[in-house]
Ligand binder design. Structure first.
Ligand code: ZN
Ligand code: ZN
Length: 178
């Protein structure tokens, strides 16, 4: 399975590079490529009242990009706060199943919570959310095991509590689908 990482404006190259090296070690039989440009965030995604970006048009853009580049999956990486109606914010969203997913680094940064910047922690959190959303694109739903990467994260503590890997049950499902 060919995965294309699609950085949007403001996302550091180093984290994209880290994800492109790490994702194939978690998801068997996948390879990662990186888009050769940073995409602008679709203007219609911004909600000035919430001061956040609606993830739906961004996900649609990433989907279009995946078709254009003829890859199996595309993962957009954002540096802005994203939401869907009914939730205060989201760490990411995916077509389930489908070709496209997005994650946001905005609330994965320790600085957001008043802590000092920590690249290692940010990378680990980003890997968990990336694998989680890619798991959704393979049709996996949320897992009730809080350690499993497919566990739903309501807040950053839940992201930190889970591993970047799948529990055995989810791993079996992933291996069937890859
Ligand atoms: Zn999820
Ligand atoms: Zn699981």
């Amino acid at each position: 399975m060919r995965i294309l990482l699609v950085p949007f404006e403001g996302v550091e190259e180093t984290i994209i590079e880290f994800l492109s090296l790490s994702i194939p070690s978690v998801l068997p039989k996948t390879s990662c490529e990186v888009a050769d440009e940073h995409l602008p965030i679709p203007r219609n995604a911004y909600n000035p009242r919430r001061r956040q970006y609606l993830s739906t048009p961004i996900l649609r853009e990433v989907y279009g990009y995946s078709l254009n580049k003829n890859v199996d999956r595309a993962l957009g990486v954002l540096n802005v706060d994203i939401y869907v109606p009914g939730l205060n914010f989201i760490f990411g969203e995916a077509q389930c199943p489908g070709r496209a997913a997005v994650i946001s680094l905005f609330r994965l940064r320790p600085e957001f919570y008043g802590f000092k910047a920590d690249t290692k922690l940010l990378r680990l959190r980003a890997l968990k959310e990336a694998v989680h959303e890619l798991g959704h694109t393979l049709g996996l739903r949320h897992c009730s095991n809080p350690r499993c990467v497919m566990a739903f994260s309501l807040h950053i503590g839940m992201t930190d509590a889970k591993d970047y890997n799948f529990c055995q049950k989810c791993r079996n499902m992933i291996e069937e689908r890859l």
